[in-house]
Write a protein that binds this ligand. Structure first.
Ligand SMILES: Cc1cc2nc3c(=O)[nH]c(=O)nc-3n(C[C@H](O)[C@H](O)[C@H](O)COP(=O)(O)OP(=O)(O)OC[C@H]3O[C@@H](n4cnc5c(N)ncnc54)[C@H](O)[C@@H]3O)c2cc1C
Length: 592
């Protein structure tokens, strides 16, 4: 893996201190980035949102018309190099587009099914001929694509696919037989990236023309949400696929599937956080209009607490998304963008971070849409009001692009693999924590308004490392995952909290350094609120993990060490959340 020297290795946040200066934040967006965001926003507000109601009735003709229109504006080909008809923009640009399209989940999942997972196999793994042939048509939306990985019997266990591909006698075609399930855009897609096993064993990827004889669609799924998107099953019966439509090498389809999902997770994090903002804005508007007991709902402390928490989660999630985007862009600075494999390696370096964004973001969104329904009260349960649709639409985010369970295992698994290969210095970090506990050198305390938070972030990191270390010692670094899933999931929960806390602290500290403490009081409140609560969460998860993997005196000793590390006097988060809520309620929308 040749990531440039200045690059921060993936997972490094767990073992080293980062500097606020190194952090990428929304403040650093270039003019070009703001312009692409603006184009996406205008398209959503002018073209998509006015037709949202019609789209939600599963008007697929309208959906396709709009997809093609957004393709004409370049919004479907942001990541495709210019020589193949795209805009040749960076991954950050496509994250920004994802933020804007998150206004309507049915729309964003349809765009993602085409421009993301439906295009990436050709973009990153296609040969020159395939890229020249297909990418210009995909960039403009002239052809709409889809991604056929899941099957009735294989979802998370994607490599257990039963769809088969056999080379024809004349060697000119692969003959595909099998079935796919839950395929986004299937109702209208011209192409499908189909995963099938050559000779029943070698997992491979093919570009399939959906008009091929033998390619038949199931009925539209009757889904909980995403009602404006098309999701159908597919049967392939002796479908002839030209040999040249094999993507990459025979037997290397797993690389395609895994990498495609990895980028998808990165973008899903952005959707989830922006989706949270849009849902919150509707709730703010409602709470300012509706009165009960002679007061606006917005005046009740119980609801202000919810607003304060929603804003906190959104800001922290945004901090993690931009931090990761910055890490990836930095890793790709010295990479020739035409070298798709080098680009992929740069992104893959942050596989753990991408999985964190997906899991943390989708769970934050679920919290937000749930509280939005609550703020709307009975009206939240009505289709006539705006809280109901996001509530239904949100739920899928914990299931697709790898379920949150699978992603949690990915987070811990990736970090452990890196430790074993020597790319992540987890062992030295564990030794430092032990030294700290034995009265050695503690991390340098912070200064300024976030001094306490800096100390708590460091303490959380040490606490997480302590618990992870005890767990890894007990279960072994390379032991079979199935036996210790609960422990591995808890490690990933600790890791996520550390990443979230530190991202918030770094961003806030950077803002204090650049704008001055007076100008960023709200961000300080948010950071204090999140870190305060998260330290307690780390303690709770950590205690649970320790009790899972140890007992007796050893357990007592580690519990005592964890308590020592994480001891803190709580701040008044009722007050901080109220102040945060007052600011957004006054602004009438999420504005930090
Ligand atoms: C609206 C929608 C759109 C979709 N779009 C697409 C698409 O465009 N293309 C595509 O290919 N697929 C698509 N999918 C499929 C989606 O990716 C799968 O549903 C998902 O991967 C989960 O697979 P599954 O449904 O078979 O669940 P399963 O894999 O059966 O999982 C069921 C439960 O078991 C858990 N589980 C499974 N294995 C493990 C394990 N090893 N350890 C711990 N827990 C485990 C899971 O986390 C989950 O909670 C879509 C699905 C939906 C609902």
């Amino acid at each position: 893996m040749s990531v440039s020297v200045q690059t921060v290795p993936g997972g490094n946040f767990l073992v080293e201190e980062s500097s606020p200066k190194e952090l990428f934040t929304p403040d650093e967006l270039s003019e070009e980035h703001r312009m692409i965001m603006d184009t996406a926003r205008r398209f959503m507000l002018d073209e998509v949102m006015p037709k949202a109601e019609q789209l939600e009735k599963c008007d697929l003709e309208l959906l396709v018309k709009l997809l093609k229109k957004s393709g004409e504006l370049g919004l479907l080909g942001a990541e495709i190099p210019e020589e193949y008809g795209g805009m040749g923009l960076d991954l950050l640009s496509s994250m920004l587009i994802s933020e804007e399209i998150g206004r309507l989940a049915s729309w964003s999942v349809s765009v993602g099914g085409h421009a993301g997972i439906g295009t990436y196999p050709v973009l990153y793994f296609g040969n020159e001929e395939q890229r020249k042939k297909w990418l210009p048509l995909l960039a403009t939306g002239e052809l709409i694509s889809s991604y056929g990985l899941t099957e009735p019997h294989s979802g998370s266990d994607a490599l257990a696919a039963r769809t088969k591909a056999e080379l024809s006698e004349d060697g000119q075609h692969y003959i595909l037989n099998g079935s796919k399930m839950w395929i986004t855009n299937a109702g209208f897609a011209d192409l499908m990236m189909v995963f099938a096993k050559v000779d029943g064993t070698q997992f491979s990827c093919f570009i399939v023309d959906t008009k091929s004889p033998g390619f038949t669609l199931g009925a539209e799924e009757k889904k909980l949400g995403l009602k404006g998107s098309s999701t159908r099953g597919v049967t392939l019966e002796n479908v002839k696929v030209p040999r040249e439509n094999l993507v990459g090498e025979v037997g290397k389809g797993h690389k395609i599937a895994l990498n495609v999902l990895n980028i998808g997770r990165f973008k899903l994090g952005a959707w989830c956080i922006s989706g949270s903002k849009f849902a919150l804005n509707d709730a703010i508007k409602y709470a300012k209009e509706r009165t009960q007991f002679g007061k606006h709902l917005a005046e009740f402390g119980a609801l202000q607490e919810k607003f304060g928490q929603m804003v906190t989660l959104i800001w922290v999630g945004e901090s993690m998304n931009y931090r990761t985007a910055g890490l990836i862009e930095k890793a790709l600075t010295s990479v020739d963008k035409k070298d798709s494999q080098a680009v992929l390696r740069g992104i893959e370096e942050y596989a753990a971070e991408c999985a964190i964004l997906k899991v943390w973001g989708s769970e934050a969104l679920d919290y937000v849409v749930d509280e939005c329904v609550q703020i709307f009260g009975g009206y939240g349960y009505s289709q006539e009001y705006p809280a109901e649709r996001p509530y239904r639409d949100s739920r899928i985010n914990r299931i697709f692009e790898g379920t949150n369970e699978i992603n949690r295992l990915t987070i811990t698994g990736t970090l452990l693999k890196r430790t074993m290969s020597g790319r992540l210095n987890l062992m030295d970090a564990l030794v430092e924590v032990q030294k700290e506990l034995e009265g050695g050198v503690s991390p340098a305390p912070g200064t300024g308004p976030l001094a306490r938070e800096k100390t708590l972030v460091q303490a959380s990191k040490s606490g997480a490392l302590l618990c992870a270390g005890v767990a890894i010692n007990a279960i072994g670094m390379d032991s079979p995952e199935e036996k210790h899933q609960e422990a591995l999931m808890r490690i990933s929960d600790l890791v996520m909290e550390v990443f979230a806390q530190e991202s918030a602290w770094l961003r806030c500290q950077k803002l204090i350094d650049s704008r001055g403490e007076d100008k960023v009081q709200m961000q300080i409140d948010i950071t204090r609120t999140y870190v305060n609560d998260s330290v307690d969460k780390v303690r709770r998860i950590g205690r649970n993990l320790l009790a899972t993997v140890s007992e007796g005196e050893a357990l007592e000793e580690s519990l005592e060490q964890l308590d020592r590390l994480l001891k803190h006097t709580p701040i008044n988060t009722v007050r901080t959340r109220r102040r945060i809520a007052e600011r957004v309620l006054e602004a009438g929308r999420y504005q930090v």
